[in-house]
Design a protein around this ligand. Structure first.
Ligand SMILES: [Zn+2]
Length: 321
């Protein structure tokens, strides 16, 4: 490899070196969730020269995201997160391949992860995490769990032969829909730790089967050894999350209070014409935004509403039945 000024400072590290840099350039990482963790992890891996990135997110940028989602600024409000992040990452490093997908990851489209060497869980919900957990165990792919809330967070590498997420997190750990705060310094720290573990895994270094916990407010850092749970369904080859059908057409996102409606495919241009008779419509590559609804070309809609009934009423009125 010729001298590459862009990466010169990390090639000097004995942990990486010229050989390591070449390895990184040939790897592909899929990042699921381009929010507080995903924006930071994507930026760090792009700057480090990981050659191929796939950015996946189902949501649009809101003003309340700007406190911690570092790839976005005010002009991105209302735009698809994955698309906006792709554009920004390409400005940071035009020498790597970046793709983005604005989708709700489900058993139907989980195969989009198949070419990735490593998957980063930067989501904010257990449903998607258990889906990734089942898929990765089945396909023998490594992934990294990460989560942050209030002033602390977790990171854990999940290897094809080690303990999995279901070995220590139970589905009965019901998520509540209470909105809690989060410090931007913890999301950046947890994403940095996750990206560091990612670099080590891509380079084939030992990471250990460790759950890291960090409370940045109290400067408390812990490493917990995790063991396989006896009778863990995922480790026993029962991948129920890959078979799950969406039980409802209406799903509430705990983190934002928005409702997601899984509708049939729509003709965005036809709907745009209809909405423009009422007011101004904002358009992105695969979506339209109008008043309290964002509609994607695959028929998915995100609606700001107080209840599932209200979301249903808005969807019927604005899109159809
Ligand atoms: Zn397990």
């Amino acid at each position: 490899m010729h001298n590459h000024p862009r990466y010169s400072r990390q090639i000097l590290l004995q942990e990486i070196g010229k050989e390591g840099q070449v390895i990184l350039q040939n790897k592909k990482v899929a990042i699921v969730g381009i929010g507080a963790l995903g924006t930071v992890a994507a930026e760090l891996l792009a700057r480090a020269g990981v050659g191929n990135l796939l950015l996946i997110d189902r949501d649009v940028v809101e003003q309340s995201n700007l406190q911690r989602q570092t790839l976005f600024d005010e002009k991105d409000i209302g735009k698809n997160k994955a698309t906006a992040a792709e554009k920004r990452i390409k400005e940071i490093n035009s020498e790597i391949n970046v793709e983005s997908l604005t989708v709700h990851l489900s058993p139907k489209n989980i195969e989009t992860l198949q070419n990735a060497d490593l998957i980063l869980d930067c989501t904010d919900n257990l449903q998607t995490r258990f889906l990734i957990n089942d898929y990765c165990r089945k396909e023998k792919k490594p992934w990294i769990y990460a989560a942050a809330i209030k002033t602390s967070g977790y990171v854990m590498p999940v290897l094809p032969y080690g303990p999995c997420l279901q070995c220590f997190l139970y589905e009965s750990n019901q998520e509540t829909c209470d909105t809690v705060g989060v410090l931007n310094t913890i999301t950046v720290s947890i994403a940095s730790l996750q990206a560091t573990v990612a670099l080590k895994m891509l380079l084939g270094k030992e990471t250990g089967l460790i759950l890291y916990h960090y409370d940045i407010w109290n400067q408390n850092f812990k490493k917990l050894n995790i063991k396989k749970k006896e009778n863990c369904p995922t480790c026993s080859g029962i991948f129920s999350h890959l078979e799950k059908k969406e039980t409802s057409k209406y799903i509430r996102f705990c983190s934002t209070g928005k409702y997601q409606v899984l509708g049939p495919k729509v003709d965005l241009q036809e709907i745009k014409k209809r909405w423009e008779k009422i007011g101004a419509v904002a358009e992105d590559t695969t979506s339209l935004q109008f008043q309290n609804i964002t509609l994607f070309d695959d028929g998915r809609a995100l609606i700001n509403a107080q209840s599932a009934e209200e979301a249903e009423a808005i969807y019927s009125k604005m899109v159809g039945n």
